[in-house]
Design a binder for this molecule. Structure first.
Ligand SMILES: [Zn+2]
Length: 394
């Protein structure tokens, strides 16, 4: 049977506004009942920390995490942007594309891990040989998807084939012009809007369609910094507060500000939503939209041990999201990241961990082959490697 790890001394998030002092026990990937009295093999003293559920990033394209932002908006719609930036034989795209894809995907996992994300929805084919237990975070595995109406002529067929218990994820209404505005009504006419549907972006969602979307029980993924870069605008606060299930996503650094920390700040800035309103957008709502089955998005007995420890200053769990700096991240009960500061006193065995410093963010020990990953990137793009726009110092 898997060994039991004790997590002692932390306050544990129970909701956006409430945290309680609870000592947790984790066996394998699961949190044991809170009052368990089981001898444990090891213990991590988290006194002075607040434990949050691992965040869920509802939209990313992991393989573009080392890319710089590309394009000069504002654009009318996303296809216009894609045509503008697609020059695979020109710098810097040529050099970036010559970094092996598996390496780029792992950097995408690390970029998410550093911002407290433990589950990500990757909007591209699932890569089983890369997204193994060794991958830094979890990638949603059970999903059906289409890129978009423009790039997926077979969207109706993909929908037909999609199993009923999985989310169906599609970029839709990504833009502000007439072309973008047509997409959601078109999906409705095609009968593709129901509780499985996850519309990514929906910037073009007309106010008149809010009721239809709410009644159809679709979810919407909101990527404010990407929207701002491409279109100079994002979802209206009226949509955000309409009762439609909204989940926050970073999109990739091709268009977004960087990572989930940046995205949360951008979301607050652009919408005026409070931290209490943002909290469900990175926890319970994406868990529901993506149909996650293991208790992701909450810390509960029997749930998966996807946990993020931050320094405790008596803040609420929601307030901890603003300028989040993870001191430790556990994915499926395994420590994957620990800050250089906390590593020294934590007692966590650091075999298999390597140092990683991100300029302007901090220094961590990560359970990944950082020197090898850095070399594989630097060989193609030169020593100035940037992750989500920030300089990597291996
Ligand atoms: Zn996207």
């Amino acid at each position: 049977m898997a060994e039991v790890i004790g997590l002692k001394g932390a306050r544990v998030a129970r909701s956006a506004t409430r945290a309680e002092r609870i000592d947790l026990l984790v066996r394998g990937s699961r949190i044991l009942p809170f009052d368990s009295r089981i001898a444990h093999a090891s213990e991590i003293d988290l006194t002075g920390h607040l434990l949050l559920p691992g965040l869920i990033n509802a939209h990313d394209h992991l393989e573009f995490s080392l890319f710089p932002r590309l394009g000069n908006g504002p654009y009318g719609n996303a296809s216009e942007w894609a045509r503008d930036i697609y020059h695979p034989r020109q710098s810097p795209t040529r050099e970036h594309l010559s970094v092996p894809k598996a390496v780029r995907l792992v950097w995408g996992g690390i970029r998410n891990l550093l911002s407290g994300v433990t589950t990500v929805a990757h909007h591209n084919p699932y890569a089983p040989s890369v997204f193994t237990e060794r991958f830094p975070i979890k990638v949603v595995r059970r999903y059906a998807w289409a890129h978009s109406l423009d790039f997926s002529p077979d969207v109706a067929e993909l929908w037909q084939r999609a199993p009923a218990d999985r989310p169906f994820i599609i970029h839709a209404g990504e833009g502000t012009d007439a072309h973008a505005r047509e997409e959601i009504p078109r999906l409705r006419e095609m009968g593709l809007l129901d509780r499985r549907t996850v519309l990514v972006h929906a910037v073009a969602l007309a106010k008149g369609d809010i009721g239809t979307i709410r009644r159809s029980r679709c979810s919407v993924v909101w990527c404010p910094s990407s929207n701002r870069f491409l279109f100079g605008t994002t979802l209206d606060a009226e949509v955000l507060r309409s009762g439609i299930a909204i989940a926050l996503g970073t999109d990739s650094p091709l268009t977004g500000d960087g990572d989930m920390i940046d995205e949360i700040l951008c979301a607050m800035e652009m919408s005026g939503l409070s931290p209490d309103e943002i909290y469900p957008l990175v926890t319970s709502l994406p868990a529901r939209a993506l149909r996650l089955q293991d208790g992701q998005g909450r810390i509960r007995a029997g749930g998966v041990a996807d946990l993020v420890a931050v320094r405790d200053s008596g803040q609420t769990p929601a307030a901890a999201l603003a300028n989040l700096r993870p001191e430790m991240v556990m994915v499926r009960g395994r420590v994957m990241l620990i800050s250089a500061r906390f590593a020294i006193r934590s007692g966590v065995a650091l075999n298999g961990f390597e140092a990683l410093q991100i300029k302007g963010r901090g220094s961590w020990m990560i359970r990944a082959d950082i020197p090898g990953l850095y070399r594989a990137a630097a060989d193609a793009i030169g020593p100035e490697v940037r992750l989500g726009g920030r300089r990597v110092c291996p």
